[in-house]
Structures are given as structure tokens and as C-alpha cells.
Design a protein around this ligand. Structure first.
Ligand code: 6R9
Length: 672
């Protein structure tokens, strides 16, 4: 491979250094010029473009008439409405019919590297049908919401697909969330059905998921809402007559229930605009919102982006190591590869168990062809050194993907050189829970790569950089030659979420009314001189910790629920591996004083209310916070303090008590 510029080793590359351009790698399906033309065509008439794609990617039971109706201003977007299909049928049954019955559809590797299961398309069809019948026996019907709180075992994607098969909406809650967070999501969706497992395994440790579900049932109005809790057993023993956990009323031993079902089930034919799933995600204010994704548009977008962004071919083994509890797990573990008739890989463990070569060992043993992870994992593994990836034969890999946050050029280089041996494409895929699939990404063999840039919009996506003040498209470059502003999209695409469950107003005001006529991503970004997209980060109060989205408001509300905390302000601080970590400032209630045990209590409170991944790294207790005279906390100043940018604090004269700033600077310096 030759590159357009000299390539240099990742060692010693300064963060500010101008990144180099890398030639596309691998056999090109089309040229960059062809991409540009095809992209222009795809956004010229989105209805015509997606109509054609929908016919080629999916099997329809009843064809649709018009691809797109509605627009951003009215917030009534519908794709392929009137058309009928079933997503599980498209992901599984049609491949069984088309000669792939005996092809492996899913490869699972558990926490222990020798714990492996392989399921063919026929196995999947039979087991998913049994699960659908079991759900039906428990009372689940078309349109119901089924909450899934499970570890990464094959039964997780299969339960999701069983819901899709019977027209129920799954609402998967990441198994790292606490009982409080789980209860909140069950209650918000009024979900009568919960599917869980007795335990999860990660890094050699067992996690008592059933215990967490039981604790959730004791909260809010959950027990009144729930009619059935179906419990998979992580180590199911057919001969054991008792459940290996403390059975509660409404608990059902799922493995037994499923084993007693017929392995055939007729899929429900759904309208393209019927709900497929709910997924709760953090916003800048209030409680997490339940985003609704619908059947036809989402399925098409999952299939289409998996195929194009990863150059997926027949026979590929596609490995996305995200958890099914996040959107990446939905689109790229469960739906994308299966809709294309390829093989998907499901991984239960962590990148460092039993050692930091785990990913690369899996790539070698299973001959993985596409591998997809997040910058936080890459940075972590990079610290353990090149000798781990060097030990393994990873020649099967064609494409290495990254998602979740901007990848720093050093991590990109390491992924490219130490993992990919400079022979694989790195696809930097920018997208969100709301977008359903990639919206800005390079294409293997087509787009040149710049470390840290997600390059160009995907097909059918019309991106625009808006001036945050005027809301007008930015046309002038700044002194660096960048067109900088906030990232928005001009027209609907099939994979976008349609609403927030029960709160369309919130959907409109968060995404479609901020800049009238556009979908607003909440990210700031710029285009460089070559038109490459660079994501800078969130402009709202959403933090990105190890690729997990966390609203500052959620952490603050957990903290103020403690009697000692009068007010709390949470900001992000840069973290070498996590990307961002959480810093919390808590103003103590009169009569309380700072102590080590109080800080500990506050940490565990956040763990309890949200989950371990949302715990603040730094908690600074103080008698006062920097506030304007009207009582607004100046988070901007706190952000500068934790980022050690105190020389650029800006004007602090509007503060009610400017002296607090020096106090906090000293205190944070001590804590850091
Ligand atoms: C898929 C996912 C969305 C937010 C998004 C942005 C950040 C995701 C990125 C990226 C730069 C990338 N983000 N991918 N930033 N480059 N390739 O992560 O969804 O959890 O909803 O987070 O993540 O800030 O707005 P979600």
C-alpha cells in the first residue's frame, strides 16, 4: 500500500499534529468520485433512492406504495408506510429458505474463551420460534413492550428477535444499569413483561442480575405493572427440578418454558411504521427518553449500513463487541449481519480477560472478518503494548471499525498499525441511538482515511454544519480553514427514531425544533479544507464516558437525593482511557461537613441510582458553587477548572461570589 503522505509511527505523534491522509485499502467497489456522484444522487430524491434499496435489501409481505411521507417541520416522518414485513423473518427465515439453513448464523464466545456456541440459521429459526411461543404463553401480544435485562448470551439476541417475530417491542436495558434505573425504564414504558437471567459472567465474576430485577420490582409501581418475569438460567441444568435462584411470584423458568414449545411460529406481518423497539438514552435534561425505532426503515438502515460501511460479503464473520444494551449492539450485533445473511459474533466478556490479547485471540481462532469496537477499548489495550496483537494471526480481518466518540489519532494509528498491520481499513463510524445506524463514515476501499475524522456522509444522509447562533449553514471557513458549527441533517433517512415514547413534544424540541427544518445531532463538528467531517463533541450536557452516554442531570439528581447535598453540578473532564470522566461538585447542606465517608456514600449513591459506569472520578465537596447573581450555576467555569484551563476562565465578575473560584481551583488541584 502506498499512502498519499509519508506515514509515521504512532509513537511520539503529538495530539495537535496535522493528521495524514491514508489511501483507501482493499478492493474498491467504486471510486471516490463514483461515491460522490452516488451520494449526490441518493440525496437528490430520497424517496426514489430508498425505495429501490428497500426492495433489494428486504423481503416484503405486502409492498409499500410510497417510500417517504412527512417532514422534519411537522415531525410526522414515515417510511414505507402501508408496506408489511417482519424483521425476524427477514433476518432468519428467508435465509433458511434460500439455502442457508445449515450456515452458522451466530457464534458466541462466553466469558471463558473455551465456552463457545454456534447456531445455524435453522437452529435460530427453531429456537426463536420456541421463544416467541413461550412469550405468547406468558401473555405477550403484538404491540406490547418486553423489557430485557440480560447478559450477553445467545438467548439475548434470540429473545429480541422473538419479540420482533411476534410484533412485540423490545426494550433492552443494559445489564450494567442499577435496579433503580431498571425500575424507572419498566415503569416509563409500562412494560408488563421482563425477561432476565439468573446471572451474568464478566471477567471471571458473576453478576446477580436476578437480584437486581427483584430489587427493581420493589420500587416505584413496578410490581403492579409486571405480570411475568421470565428468567433464563446461565448454566441451565435440564435435570434440576428447582431454580438456581430465589423464585418470586410471577417468576418463570424460561429454559423450561421454552423447551416445552413447538419450534415453529408464524411471524406477525407488521406495518413498516409499527414500533420495533424502544431504547432509553440519556439527554441533557430530565429522565432518559425512550426512543422509538420502527420496523421497515430501521431494518433497511441496519442492513444497508452494515453491508456498505463494512464491505460485508457472503461468508463473513462480523464481530461487533458492543453490548446489546446499547444501540450499537442492536444494530450491529443483532440485526445488521443477520439481515444480510452473514454470521454475527456475540461476546460476553471484557477485552482484558483473561489477558489483554483476548480480542486478537478471538479474531485468530474464529477468523473474524470485520471487528468493531470503541476508542476507549483501543486506548486501554494500547497501554498494554504491541506484543499482544503481534502474537496473533489476524490476516482474516478486512475492516476494523470504531464508534462511540472521536478517536484520537494515536489510538487510530495503533489500531491501524499494531492491530491491522497497515492492511485493514479503519472505518470511523459516526452515529447515535437516534440515527439507528451510521450517518457519517468512510467506506472500505473507497474513501481515503484521516485518523480522527469520520470523513463523509453515508448514502442518503445530507449533513450540514450550522452556525449555532443564527441556525444558518456555515459557508465561511475560519482562520484554520475549517467550517465549524453544529452538525445537523437536512432530510429524513429510514433509520432515524420517530419519537420519544409518550412524549412527541420532547422529540420535537430536542431534535427537530432546535434548528427549524433540520435534525439536530447535539454535536459540534467542522469540515476541513478537504470537506472531511470532524466531530468535536457534545454541545449539550451529555457526557461520553467510555462511549456510554450519561446526562449530567441524571448524575446531579442522584447526588442531590442525599440529605447532605444541597446542590450538585456535574461536568466532564478529559480522561486518558475513558475519553471523559465525571467530576462532581457538591454544595453541602448546612450542618453537614465534608468527610471521606460522605464522599464514599455519594459514589455508591450514583452506583445505586444509575450504575457503576456513571460513578464520578472526582467529587469535590464545597460550601458554595460559582453562580450568577440570578442563581444559575456556571458549569463553564467548573469545566475549565477540572480541565486545568484556569488561565482562560473568562469573565468571572458576574458571579455572586468570585472568590469561590480560587478556592475551587486549589481544592481540585489537591484532589486530582
Ligand atoms: C452509536 C453511539 C452518540 C454520541 C454522538 C457523538 C458520539 C458516536 C462517534 C462519536 C465521534 C464517532 N459519537 N460515534 N463521536 N466519532 N465515530 O455511540 O450512540 O450512545 O447514542 O452516542 O456519541 O457525540 O452524539 P450513542
Amino acid at each position: 500500500m502506498t499512502s498519499l503522505n509519508d506515514q509515521e509511527s504512532s509513537k511520539g505523534l503529538a495530539a495537535h499534529e496535522i493528521p495524514k491522509l491514508f489511501d483507501p485499502i482493499g478492493k474498491a467497489s467504486i471510486s471516490l468520485e463514483d461515491y460522490k456522484q452516488a451520494h449526490a444522487e441518493s440525496i437528490r430524491d430520497p424517496s426514489a433512492y430508498w425505495s429501490q434499496q428497500a426492495k433489494s435489501y428486504l423481503d416484503w409481505y405486502v409492498p409499500f406504495d410510497q417510500a417517504l411521507t412527512g417532514d422534519f417541520s411537522a415531525g410526522d416522518i414515515a417510511w414505507f408506510a402501508g408496506g408489511k414485513l417482519n424483521v425476524c423473518y427477514n433476518a432468519i427465515d428467508r435465509h433458511v429458505r434460500n439455502g442457508k439453513a445449515d450456515q452458522v448464523a451466530l457464534v458466541w464466545e462466553g466469558d471463558e474463551p473455551d465456552d463457545i456456541r454456534r447456531l445455524t440459521y435453522l437452529d435460530m429459526q427453531r429456537k426463536i420460534s420456541q421463544i416467541a411461543n413461550a412469550l405468547h404463553a406468558q401473555g405477550v401480544r403484538r404491540g406490547d413492550v418486553v423489557t430485557i435485562y440480560m447478559p450477553m448470551i445467545p438467548e439475548l439476541p434470540m429473545t429480541m428477535l422473538a419479540c420482533a417475530r411476534m410484533g412485540a417491542m423490545h426494550s433492552v436495558v443494559f445489564a450494567g444499569f442499577s435496579s433503580e434505573a431498571l425500575a424507572q425504564r419498566i415503569s416509563a414504558a409500562r412494560s408488563a413483561f421482563v425477561v432476565t437471567a439468573d446471572l451474568g459472567k464478566r471477567g471471571g465474576k458473576s453478576i446477580d442480575l436476578k437480584g437486581i430485577v427483584d430489587a427493581a420490582r420493589a420500587k416505584i409501581d413496578c410490581e403492579d405493572i409486571i405480570t411475568s418475569v421470565m428468567v433464563w438460567e446461565r448454566f441451565f441444568d435440564q435435570d434440576s427440578e428447582t431454580a438456581p435462584y430465589d423464585m418470586q411470584p410471577k417468576d418463570v423458568r424460561m429454559d423450561l418454558l421454552v423447551a416445552g414449545q413447538r419450534p415453529c411460529h408464524v411471524p406477525e406481518w407488521m406495518d413498516a411504521e409499527d414500533g420495533l423497539f424502544l431504547l432509553y438514552t440519556s439527554g441533557s435534561t430530565g429522565t432518559p427518553k425512550g426512543l422509538l425505532h420502527t420496523t421497515g426503515g430501521y431494518a433497511l438502515y441496519a442492513a444497508f449500513t452494515t453491508k456498505n460501511s463494512f464491505a460485508l460479503e457472503d461468508g463473513d464473520l462480523f464481530a461487533c463487541v458492543a453490548d446489546c444494551g446499547w444501540i450499537t449492539g442492536h444494530t450491529y450485533v443483532v440485526y445488521g449481519a443477520l439481515l444480510n445473511g452473514a454470521t454475527t459474533f456475540v461476546f460476553e466478556s471484557t477485552p482484558v480477560y483473561p489477558d489483554p490479547g483476548r480480542y486478537w485471540d478471538m479474531v485468530e481462532r474464529h477468523k473474524i472478518t470485520q471487528f468493531y469496537t470503541a476508542p476507549t477499548a483501543i486506548r486501554l489495550l494500547m497501554r498494554y503494548g504491541d506484543h499482544h496483537p503481534a502474537k496473533y494471526d489476524m490476516s482474516s480481518v478486512k475492516v476494523l471499525g470504531t464508534v462511540g466518540e472521536p478517536i484520537n489519532p494515536e489510538a487510530w494509528r495503533w489500531y491501524f498499525e499494531a492491530v491491522g498491520k497497515s492492511k485493514c481499513t479503519i472505518v470511523d463510524t459516526y452515529w447515535q441511538t437516534e440515527t439507528g445506524g451510521h450517518i457519517v463514515t468512510n467506506f472500505p476501499g473507497v474513501t481515503p482515511m484521516k485518523p480522527g475524522s469520520c470523513t463523509f456522509p453515508s448514502y442518503g444522509i445530507d449533513t450540514v454544519i450550522l452556525d449555532p447562533m443564527s441556525g444558518e449553514p456555515v459557508t465561511e471557513a475560519n482562520e484554520k480553514g475549517h467550517k465549524e458549527g453544529v452538525l445537523a441533517v437536512r432530510q429524513p433517512w429510514p433509520g432515524m427514531a420517530r419519537t420519544c415514547l409518550g412524549d412527541h413534544h420532547r422529540f420535537m424540541t430536542t431534535y427537530l425544533k432546535v434548528y427549524e427544518g433540520y435534525y439536530f445531532t447535539g454535536d459540534s463538528a467542522y469540515l476541513d479544507q478537504d470537506g472531511f467531517h470532524w466531530i468535536v463533541g457534545r454541545v449539550d450536557d451529555v457526557l461520553n464516558v467510555s462511549g456510554h452516554r450519561i446526562g449530567t442531570a441524571e448524575v446531579e439528581s442522584a447526588l442531590v437525593s442525599h440529605a447532605a447535598v444541597a446542590q450538585a453540578a456535574v461536568v466532564g473532564q478529559p480522561h486518558e482511557i475513558k475519553g471523559q470522566s465525571i467530576a462532581a461538585f457538591v454544595m453541602l447542606t448546612d450542618g453537614f461537613s465534608e468527610s471521606e465517608s460522605l464522599i464514599k456514600e455519594l459514589r455508591s449513591l450514583v452506583r445505586q441510582e444509575i450504575g457503576g459506569f456513571a460513578q464520578p472520578d472526582l467529587i469535590c465537596a464545597t460550601q458554595s458553587l460559582p453562580m450568577t447573581r440570578s442563581g444559575k450555576i456556571m458549569r463553564r467555569i467548573l469545566r475549565k477548572i477540572v480541565c486545568n484551563e484556569v488561565e482562560s476562565l473568562g469573565d468571572t465578575s458576574t458571579l455572586a461570589d468570585p472568590s469561590i473560584v480560587d478556592e475551587l481551583i486549589a481544592k481540585v488541584a489537591e484532589l486530582q
